[in-house]
Design a protein around this ligand. Structure first.
Ligand code: BMA
Length: 360
């Protein structure tokens, strides 16, 4: 009887263990597995708030560790911290947004230490033309960097630099810090060289598959969770048209900026579809970039973002950066003195939103 009980106990333990969702990488590090599971659990509790370059700079400051515009407005840090690796591939010491890569590493370590979640985007150069990510003058760039292409070797050099950086992201115990990595985003639009009109469906998927497999198999990197994030779309079919595969993707998301009166209905439709896709696939779902480029709508946080997304289970919404060079971009996040500052405090206090202290 005792033996039977023990066997039953072991089986039920195994079932519980087996039922836990795991990331797409069979060799994912324990920290990456833990992050994936934590994000899925949190998704049913609320929606985390994220801010791009939150710890790197703000509207009035640059490189002051421990500071964030978000905390200055609501008293807590974002739960998700975005970072950007553009120009790492060139061997530069600072990013296209003028943040030193050494400081990005330190910022990622700090964020991880205090319990925040790190996500990285990569606006990398056009290897064929030498132009920026926004250089869409050639439709041959993706083809050229795939195996057999004239710029493949250069692309491997780009990836080697990314790999070195990822492998340098360790915590105080020497463990790799898990990262949500989000390259090749907004591909349903055609403003980046990897966009919809710039490469075929197969080339786009091949770019993803080559990249993930190279990082995993050649570089032995297993602490990354990969994010697929489109720009706007209308249907599930359109959303998944260029999806590169469940075996390499962990997070399904989309980027959507407020560019007019139809924003709420488009956001609602995209959020509905992505939350369904995420649930069906057992993946994390998120609004991987958002923002109000006019920065003038005083109730944008509560009325536009929160009320539209409230019905859905999405892990997070990340708003884009608060550039410290005012000429470049408007600030997308909250900051002291912003017209929507008070509304952001309401957004923060709403039980649906999760900030750093809510996820520790
Ligand atoms: C864009 C803009 C650019 C920036 C880039 C990468 O959307 O914010 O100014 O260089 O993202 O972060």
């Amino acid at each position: 009887m005792k033996k039977l009980f023990l066997i039953g106990f072991l089986i039920s333990g195994l079932v519980t263990w087996a039922a836990k969702p795991v990331p797409s990488d069979p060799k994912a590090t324990p920290e990456a597995v833990k992050l994936y599971q934590k994000m899925l659990i949190l998704e049913s509790k609320g929606m985390m708030f994220g801010h791009q370059d939150a710890f790197a700079y703000g509207t009035q400051w640059y490189n002051q560790p421990g500071r964030s515009d978000v905390k200055e407005v609501c008293g807590d840090h974002p739960a998700i911290i975005g970072w950007e690796l553009g120009h790492l591939e060139l061997g530069n010491v600072y990013s296209l947004d003028s943040v030193y890569f050494d400081n990005i590493r330190k910022g990622i370590q700090y964020a991880d230490k205090i319990g925040a979640i790190n996500t990285i985007s990569w606006h990398h150069r056009n290897a064929l033309t030498g132009g920026t990510s926004w250089d869409v003058s050639s439709k041959k760039t993706v083809e050229s960097i795939l195996p057999g292409g004239e710029k493949h070797v250069l692309y491997l050099q780009y990836l080697d630099k990314v790999a070195d950086f990822m492998l340098s992201l360790k915590n105080e115990n020497g463990k790799f810090i898990p990262i949500l990595f989000r390259p090749y985003h907004e591909h349903t639009g055609s403003w980046f060289w990897w966009g919809k009109n710039l490469c075929t469906i197969d080339q786009y998927k091949a770019l993803w598959r080559f990249t993930v497999n190279y990082l995993r198999n050649e570089k032995n990197i297993h602490h990354l969770l990969f994010s697929y994030s489109t720009d706007r779309f209308s249907t599930k079919e359109e959303y998944l048209e260029r999806y590169p595969g469940d075996d390499i993707i962990d997070l399904v998301g989309f980027d959507l900026y407020d560019n007019g009166p139809e924003y709420r209905s488009v956001l609602d439709n995209c959020a509905k579809i992505v939350s369904q896709v995420a649930a069906e696939k057992g993946k994390i779902g998120a609004v991987t970039e958002a923002g109000d480029p006019t920065g003038k709508k005083t109730e944008w946080w509560t009325k536009t973002i929160l009320e539209t997304i409230r019905p859905y289970n999405l892990s997070y919404v990340l708003v884009w950066r608060n550039s410290f060079t005012k000429t470049k971009d408007v600030p997308f996040g909250p900051y002291k003195g912003s017209p929507s500052e008070q509304d952001f405090v309401k957004f923060y206090k709403d039980p649906k939103t999760l900030f750093l202290n809510d996820i520790k």
